[in-house]
Structures are given as C-alpha cells and as structure tokens.
Design a protein around this ligand. Sequence first.
Ligand SMILES: Cc1cc2nc3c(=O)[nH]c(=O)nc-3n(C[C@H](O)[C@H](O)[C@H](O)COP(=O)(O)OP(=O)(O)OC[C@H]3O[C@@H](n4cnc5c(N)ncnc54)[C@H](O)[C@@H]3O)c2cc1C
Length: 293
Amino acid sequence: MRSNLPAYELISTTSLNDGLELLAREPEVWKPFAGGTDLMVLLESGKLPHKNYLNIWNLKELRGIEVTDADVTMGALTTYTDVQANAVLREEFPMLCQAARETGGLAIQNRGTLGGNIVNASPAADSPPALLAYDAELELVSTSGSRSVPYQGFHTGYKSMLIQPQELLTRIRLPRPREERKGLQHYYRKVGTRKAQAISKVCFAASARMSGAQLVDLRIALGSVAPIPIRCVATESVLRNQRLDRATIEKGKQALAKEIAPIDDIRSTRDYRLQVALNLLEDFLYRLERQGV
Ligand SMILES: Cc1cc2nc3c(=O)[nH]c(=O)nc-3n(C[C@H](O)[C@H](O)[C@H](O)COP(=O)(O)OP(=O)(O)OC[C@H]3O[C@@H](n4cnc5c(N)ncnc54)[C@H](O)[C@@H]3O)c2cc1C
C-alpha cells in the first residue's frame, strides 16, 4: 500500500465529441480511463506512466450490445457482466462468455471492460483469444472520423498496436455465424495457478465443425504463448479440411509447436506453456472427433 499517491489529473466527460477533441488537442498527454481495473493496479504500485486521464466511463456511445442479422456489436465499455448477461452472446459466442466468467472476481467483472482488456494489450489477457477466434473487428474513432480494423493484426508487438493516441476504441463487432457454420463446436480453456482469480499461463480458444470425418471451419487462437495474443493460422492450415485421425493430430501439434513462442517468466516456464498448449490442441481435436467438445 502506498501512503502517498502522486498527483494525477482525471477529467470526466459525458460527450464523445468533447472527449475526442481533448485527445486530438493534446495527443500523448491524455489517456482514456475506462473501468480503471488495470490502471489502478499501476497507480497503486507507483508505475502509472501518465499523469492525465480522460474518464470515458460515462460515454453512452461506448455502451450497449446491438444485435442485427449480420453481427453483434458491443460498445467498448461492455463489462464482463454485460457479456455474460447477453443471450445471443451466450448462444453464439460461448467462448467469449466463458472468458468473461473466468476473468477476475465479480467486482472486476462488473467494472472491467472489453475495450480496456484489448487496449491494455496484455499477452495473458483472457478475452483476446476468443475475440480472435470469432474474427472480431474493432471500430476506432477520432475527430477525423472512424475506421474499422480486423482484430487480427491489431496488436503489432508487445504492448504496441494500431490505435493512435487521439483515437478511442468505440466498438467491437463479431460477425454472427452464417447458417452453414451453425453446428460449430467451441473449446475454451484458461490454465492458471488456480481455478479462479488467476492470470493465465496459457489461454486456448478454438472452434471447428466436422463434415463427415473432415475438419472444417477451424479457428485456433492462444494467449500467453507469444508477445501478443495470436491466431494460429499456420496450424489451422495444416489441419483444415483434413481427415481427423491420429496422424493429423500429430501434424497439428508439430505445426503449433513451431508457431508459438512461449517464454519463461514469473508465472510459468516456456516448456510448461508449450506442453500445455499442445495438450489443449490434442484434447480439442480428440473431443471434436468424438463430437463432444
Ligand atoms: C484483481 C484483478 C483481476 C484481474 N483478472 C483478470 C483476468 O482474469 N483476466 C484478464 O484478462 N484480465 C484480468 N484483469 C485485468 C483487467 O481487469 C482487464 O484487463 C480489464 O478488462 C481492463 O478493463 P478496464 O476498463 O478496467 O481498463 P482500464 O484500466 O480503464 O484501461 C486499460 C488500458 O486500456 C486503455 N483503454 C481503456 N478503454 C479504452 C478505449 N475505449 N479506447 C482506448 N483505450 C482504452 C486505457 O488507456 C489503459 O491503457 C484483472 C485485474 C485485476 C485488478
């Protein structure tokens, strides 16, 4: 506990335009403050890098979950509690709901936001693998207008990403599964020190469908095995449209071992992370084969 908190300035706004104008006027000076669950940890430990924060919690434009025939669009301030409460997300995007259920405790789930999880850019965060597997798209807005970027490719290196200092992440869009993709099986596993309230050592999200004996519509994404959350496209292409048997599973594991680059750190070792990632892929594929994910 710090007895003396350094001085920080926090400005609150209820107008998206006012907030964007402030960010545009003094880019790099003002940083968004959403739920504050990552930022307050840094503040408490004396490691908060910036002094000026724009509180965006009251921006109604960044709230709400809208459902159309084509997609589900979540405001960046959507909390983990909001995610779990939404019937369409529970039905069609169960991995995101499971990530939300396994993130922190109830207080964090009520206050932490998806936007904050994405822009905080921790490689160990729990929602990114699910968002990658669901082909999420991000809407970034500044005073110059808005742009859409695929979430895959948004993180460009450890803690670096495509968002500009004058931009806010406003929405996260998930394309809804088309008719032919219904029947997808979803597999999400967070492996940490404990069952709850733990930071991931490995986080694995995958979905696929069997067409006869063949593996189709495959997506695999992992967290905590590289400097950024990654979609494992090379492993997917080795497995896609293959007959799912022992030899294919082995080929998939070899491809995944090449594609990920886990590290040793205070939470785990490279070897443990690699082995867990390979075990999870194997478990996913075996369950798919038995249609029991
Ligand atoms: C006890 C505890 C347990 C936790 N457990 C987990 C866990 O199990 N899994 C997990 O993944 N995380 C966990 N976290 C981390 C944290 O709760 C999440 O990352 C959360 O989603 C952050 O959201 P926030 O709104 O609180 O972000 P904030 O702390 O407000 O912001 C985080 C970063 O994102 C930026 N930002 C926020 N919103 C926007 C926006 N709309 N546009 C642009 N930039 C933005 C901020 O400037 C800041 O850099 C935990 C944290 C704590 C304290």
